[in-house]
Design a protein around this ligand. Sequence first.
Ligand SMILES: [Mg+2]
Length: 287
Amino acid sequence: MYYILGKDRIGRKALDPFSPQISIFQAQAVAAIVIFDIDGVIRDVSGSYRRALADTVEHFTGSAYRPTQTEIDSLKLEGLWNNDWEASQEMVYRYFETQGCSRATVNLNYETLVAFFQARYRGPTPQSWTGYIQNEPLLISSRYLEALSCSGIFWGFFSGATRASATYVLERRLGLRAPILVAMEDAPSKPDPTGLVAAVNQLEAQYEVGANLPVLYVGDTVADLYTVQQVKAIHHSRAWIGVGVVPPHVQDWARYAARLQQSGAVVVLENVEQLTPESIFSLTLSH
Ligand SMILES: [Mg+2]
């Protein structure tokens, strides 16, 4: 089923993003592209990546310090620490700085740290999926994605997770078949927008996608929304719309949502499935 849109009877600026009045529009079909972040959007990583992060910081500070969820949130809200290995390393450094040490004197090997993190998160070997990853709650159903497809909406994924980890959740847990995915190995870290553009280009190459369709990027961090700001500055010929989702572990919802909005989110949702075909079309009309 395609949602049919047409003449904007009530004025574009007046559109409520989730207005059911969208159904009164007539005439032409409208399509859009939605690219999803994965961690915090597609899967709840509070008991996996974040637990592995806390374990790692605890281990490499000699059990002197284990960061709380709130402390990890505060670091993430800086917008620079999308990579959880680098975030772990940074929290270890900051702990030792509070103890009066300079970074240069801290004996910390990044590869050893990454190996420890991966053993907790993924399991002891690259082939084993026996770590925290196996218990990640999903925040999305495959039926939701089918509904987008049925409504003329193309979708894909751009994530800072490793390809193996992202593929595990998308294919083994959600049951998708070779979805469009740009992962850690494929592009620079967010907020560099190269991977977002690559995901859009891959969708356009694989499907019959109309030129310059509006793109929504759905993410749960400041870095995700900075990515949208950066791509807007480079690619002017299409509409880029940042959609924020507050991840499940967040305790201060209002503060977190406000920060996402300040970072460029045009709307902030409690759950990604609130981004319905109707709301997608409405957002594309009003931006
Ligand atoms: Mg995320």
